[in-house]
Design a protein around this ligand. Structure first.
Ligand code: ZN
Length: 279
């Protein structure tokens, strides 16, 4: 039985600006409204970066706290996932919001080249971030930009640095990192299944690869990520009018692969997260 599909929505990211697409939510109220609309369209996980009002990325815990509060109120039960990515701070700053106990946080388990910089994740930093997540009961989403990062995640789980079944996101289509390649994608899926049979996974494609990775993930039994962080277009001629429109696109795609979007309760059960606390 293929499980229902967890649709993750990466609403903001650290790169796209209002000039790229005016629908990119930046202010606290825009982020909360955009998440609520995406949730109503079928998203069950929100991946979150926060920005200052001038659009520069920040890792300020106060800003995260306000956005998380609003999201929990307006999208009840949605899985909250904060980014510990490198553009919003340096070193331990990147995990400053983990004490807010979101459901999940991203964890890159190695370094990789990005379009114009090195995405630097030293062994010391990766271990420290994983330790903070363990301490605060935050489930990591391992960001696999390359094959070695899958092996590293499995090793960390076996060493007790990551608790519970792994959740891995395979990312393809970032310039200078792993291109969109079907054989490699299948090898990722197969390798993860061999090393960690109880793991779950999501495919994330950048730019025009977003739809391709969603199709492959639906076909091979994984989960999908969409959102303006990775892609600001609905198709090659049209800017996406909202995060919700991108979510709707994936929700419609599900039926073509005999899948359906997971409910919040199903998504939480699939990822081994506690049921949502209802107010
Ligand atoms: Zn992100």
């Amino acid at each position: 039985m293929t499980p229902p599909c967890i649709i993750s929505v990466a609403i903001t990211g650290s790169l796209p600006k209002k000039k790229d697409n005016p629908a990119v939510p930046i202010s606290i109220s825009e982020q909360i409204e955009s998440t609520q609309a995406a949730y109503e369209a079928g998203a069950t996980l929100v991946h979150l970066h926060v920005r200052n009002d001038d659009e520069t990325p920040t890792s300020a815990p106060e800003r995260f706290a306000t956005v998380l509060d609003g999201i929990r109120k307006h999208a009840p039960g949605i899985i909250t996932q904060v980014s510990t990515g490198g553009r919003s701070g340096a070193g331990h700053e990147r995990g400053a919001m983990l004490s807010l106990r979101p459901d999940m946080a991203s964890l890159a388990t190695g370094s990789v080249n990005f379009p114009t910089r090195v995405y630097d994740n030293s062994p010391e930093l990766v271990e420290w971030l994983a330790g903070e997540m363990k301490q605060y009961g935050v489930k990591p989403e391992v960001e696999a930009f390359d094959l070695s990062m899958i092996f590293q995640a499995v090793a960390m789980q076996r060493a007790g640095q990551i608790v519970g079944p792994l959740h891995i996101q395979f990312i393809m289509g970032i310039k200078n990192a792993m291109p969109v390649d079907r054989e490699v994608f299948e090898f990722y899926v197969r390798t993860l299944k061999r090393l960690a049979p109880d793991a779950t996974w999501t495919g994330a494609g950048i730019g025009r690869a977003q739809r391709t990775l969603a199709q492959w993930s639906l076909e091979l039994g994984g989960h999908c990520r969409t959102g303006l962080e990775d892609n600001v277009r609905l198709d090659k001629d049209t800017l996406a009018p909202s995060n919700a429109a991108l979510v709707k696109q994936v929700a419609q795609l599900c039926a073509e692969y005999d899948r359906r979007p997971a409910s919040v309760a199903e998504a939480r059960a699939l990822l081994g997260l506690p049921a949502a606390v209802t107010a």
